[in-house]
Design a protein around this ligand. Structure first.
Ligand SMILES: [Zn+2]
Length: 426
């Protein structure tokens, strides 16, 4: 959206706004599109779901169409031709257009090529994450977008079958680019998918992507964990695709990561043979699934809740004995005595954060705990449930607000360290 002011100067005739439908948040964009690209503005206005009034859910799509019409006219024309704008708007379509727009800011030709691929004839569940993944390759891994494009051309272009693989591509391009040819080899890669209808999120695509032999049971475990975590969170997933790649593309020092467009877990966990790794898989998966809701807050909040979810996935035995209880933090008694935020995630964020939320769970009881956790989560979302662009990361004051005075004992102990009990007696 750069340079709009320069192009238009300050002369915007006031009467241009009268012909435009009411509702969109970005009235400045409306004024400009009518000046810069009046035919394209008319195309937007004639869309049935725009002409009959723009609902709050549709505003974002109108805004992205407006900015695309202003900055990348050819992309706009092709999006309209693609036909998926005629029958109303889905969140998936908004995500695709948004990421195509950003892709065009980096490489307009690549954005046009991507839009022409068969997978975008209609916008399916893994399509938004696939476009976002390629955007991140363009932005973060210089020189890797063209090899990925070449690999896709070899497979006959990007079809819906390939979208779950493409969604997992940027961490591979970033951390283990030597694995890309295997990931894109139809003889090697295996994609195991299932459509599920989730309580809060509705229709959602689950996928397990692997390039080594794995356990057939893994996808069912993913499903049960996603259902369970979504059920306790009581809030929809931020996207309609949950992908799990087993491979080496985890950042150094970690065994699994949620990259937003999907999760990557070390290959050794893709087993169901009663081994230690098989036992750990539930907790590692639950932790990463938890990050779909818990991210971009202070580290101890995000890792603490993800570790709470991981341990809770094994049930709540009385006393100690959670299979996924973290080693106690020996470096500090409390979260407030850790190095200041923003800091890189350190083991104490996980263990102190986990103990904080377990203590809150015990103090408040199950129902009140999850109600408070939802309140904490909602603080970082806008009215439509999207991640707020302007919200501050949640920290101790937000936790206090959400959990109320009943939780003070836990905050005193794990955040402020005002408690004399032994390190791990809780
Ligand atoms: Zn984590």
């Amino acid at each position: 959206m750069s340079g709009l002011g320069d192009r238009l100067g300050s002369r915007i005739p006031e009467d241009l706004s009268v012909s435009l439908p009411a509702g969109p948040t970005n009235s400045e964009g409306w004024l400009q599109v009518d000046l810069v690209a009046p035919e394209r503005a008319a195309v937007i206005q004639k869309l049935e779901w725009v002409a009959d009034g723009v609902s709050p859910e549709e505003v974002a799509m109108v805004d992205w169409l407006v900015w695309t019409a202003i900055d990348y006219g050819e992309l706009f024309d092709r999006v309209v031709e693609a036909g998926w704008l005629t029958d109303g708007v889905t969140d998936r379509e908004i995500q695709v257009l948004k990421h195509l727009f950003f892709l065009a800011t980096v490489d307009p030709g690549f954005a046009l090529w991507l839009l022409a691929q068969p997978f975008l004839e209609t916008v399916e569940y893994a399509d938004g994450p696939a476009v976002e993944s390629l955007l991140r390759v363009q932005l973060l891994v210089p020189g890797q977008a063209n090899p990925v494009q070449a690999l896709l051309l070899e497979t006959g272009g990007l079809t819906d079958e390939w979208a779950p693989v493409v969604a997992m591509t940027w961490p591979v391009a970033q951390f283990t680019p030597q694995d890309l040819p295997r990931l894109y080899d139809p003889e090697v890669v295996r994609v195991h998918t299932k459509m599920v209808d989730l309580e809060e999120s509705g229709p959602t695509l689950l996928a397990v992507v692997r390039t080594e032999p794995g356990a057939g049971e893994t996808l069912a475990l993913v499903e049960s964990i996603v259902r369970e975590v979504e059920g306790t969170m009581g809030r929809p997933l931020p996207l309609a695709y949950v992908g799990t790649l087993f491979g080496g593309a985890v950042a150094p020092g970690t065994i699994g990561i949620n990259y937003g467009t999907g999760m990557v877990l070390e290959t050794r966990f893709d087993v169901a043979d009663g081994s230690y790794d098989a036992e750990q898989l539930r907790g590692v998966l639950a932790h990463e699934v938890g990050h779909y809701w818990w991210n971009s807050n202070e580290n101890w909040v995000d890792e603490g809740m993800a570790e709470f979810v991981a341990a809770a996935s094994y049930g709540f035995p009385s006393g100690k004995g959670y299979p996924f209880l973290r080693e106690p933090c020996v470096r500090a008694r409390s979260i407030s005595s850790l190095p200041p935020e923003p800091r890189k995630a350190i083991p104490c964020d996980y263990s102190l954060g986990q103990r904080m939320f377990f203590s809150l769970y015990r103090l408040l009881g199950e129902d009140a705990f999850y109600a408070a956790a939802r309140k904490l989560y909602d603080q970082s979302r806008d009215d439509l449930g999207h991640k707020s662009l302007f919200g501050l990361p949640s920290g101790v004051e937000d936790v206090r607000d959400a959990f109320g005075p009943q939780g003070d004992e836990a905050l005193d102990r794990w955040y402020y360290g005002r408690d004399e009990r032994k390190l791990d007696d809780f």
